[in-house]
Design a protein around this ligand. Structure first.
Ligand code: ASP
Length: 317
């Protein structure tokens, strides 16, 4: 019954071209998250804290686009979004465009625990989080050399927002990389579901832009039947209430697999190709994507599977 799935973003066009030099570091992070948090879930940790810890660990990996290593906005700053939801009572919390928090997902969980309001933005969110004991960091700490180089490339090429998020090419002469948003979904030993998602958004995003990640029902959803975390071009996920759409389709009798695939089929025509991770109340897991790759993995019954391209590998030690 107890299970956990995570993603580290989806992206890229065309056929899978194999891992880049930086991918082993991303895979190692995901394996560590799955083995650490999977064991904690098995020992009785609740699903809400499990997804929070899983996302915090990925926020701390500079190669993912969340927390340290978040992509840079048009003005060269880092602004981050995160949201979290608990299935059994529909409690939710979200922070938008925070600039000085190490773990935006912990800030979102503090909002959830307070109970009202559900969303806080910018300075209000930061002040609340810091007052609640969430670690404060500087912009300099959050911004990495890789992201600076991607942002410079974005600026030099006069590109569209998000255009350089898909490659490490600013540093390495390599192929497409995932967008790097992170998410987790889990079911605990009591059968409770939770979902969490965190992101730096898209390289070159305009000041004030809000993606799907902090929007309950778009990037993140959990109820008593399913927990969902999405990744992809956020505007299309907002316009389809994508994460909630999976829950709606399940209620209408679709299987979890159909619900996830059909939801992705709705966002694609709006320019929102991406991926989704979902766990239902029986502990079934789906992790489909329609891009070249999605960093993803799951822990179930002590077994760990991870993948980037089409295949999944058993990485249980
Ligand atoms: N959905 C995120 C956003 O639009 C980006 C991503 O998932 O990579 O902000």
């Amino acid at each position: 019954m107890v299970s956990l799935a995570i993603h580290g973003g989806a992206g890229g066009d065309g056929p899978w071209k194999g891992p880049t030099d930086l991918d082993p570091q991303r895979i190692a992070c995901m394996q560590n998250v799955l083995s650490t948090v999977g064991s904690m879930l098995e020992s009785g940790l609740d699903a809400l804290e499990a997804v929070t810890i899983a996302v915090e660990m990925m926020e701390d990996e500079p190669l993912f686009n969340a927390g340290i290593g978040s992509v840079m906005a048009a003005d060269g700053s880092v602004t981050m979004d995160a949201s979290i939801m608990r299935g059994n009572d529909a409690a939710a919390g979200s922070v938008v465009n925070v600039t000085n928090i190490r773990h935006p997902i912990r800030a979102a969980k503090k909002v959830l625990e307070k109970g009202w309001p559900v969303m806080l933005n910018s300075k209000g969110a930061e002040d609340f989080a810091i007052e609640q004991g969430v670690e404060k960091v500087s912009q300099d700490w959050l911004i990495t050399e890789l992201r600076k180089a991607q942002w410079q490339k974005w600026k030099d090429n006069n590109s569209r927002p998000g255009s350089t998020d898909e490659d490490d090419g600013a540093i390495l002469d390599h192929d497409a990389e995932g967008l790097g948003t992170v998410g987790a979904v889990a079911i605990d030993s009591k059968g409770n579901l939770a979902a969490a998602t965190s992101t730096g958004g898209m390289t070159g995003k305009p000041d004030g832009r809000i993606g799907d990640t902090p929007i309950i029902g778009a990037g993140t959803w959990a109820d008593q039947e399913v927990a969902v975390s999405c990744t992809g071009v956020g505007e299309a996920f907002i316009r389809t209430c994508a994460a909630h759409e999976v829950a709606t389709r399940l209620r209408q009798g679709e299987s979890l697999e159909e619900a996830c695939k059909n939801m992705l089929g709705m966002v694609a025509p709006l320019g929102g190709r991406g991926g989704v991770i979902a766990i239902d109340s029986d502990g079934n897991i789906q992790i489909p994507f329609q891009t070249m790759l999605m960093y993803r993995g799951y822990w179930k019954d002590g077994e760990i599977m991870t993948g980037i391209g089409p295949d999944l590998y058993n990485s249980t030690e």
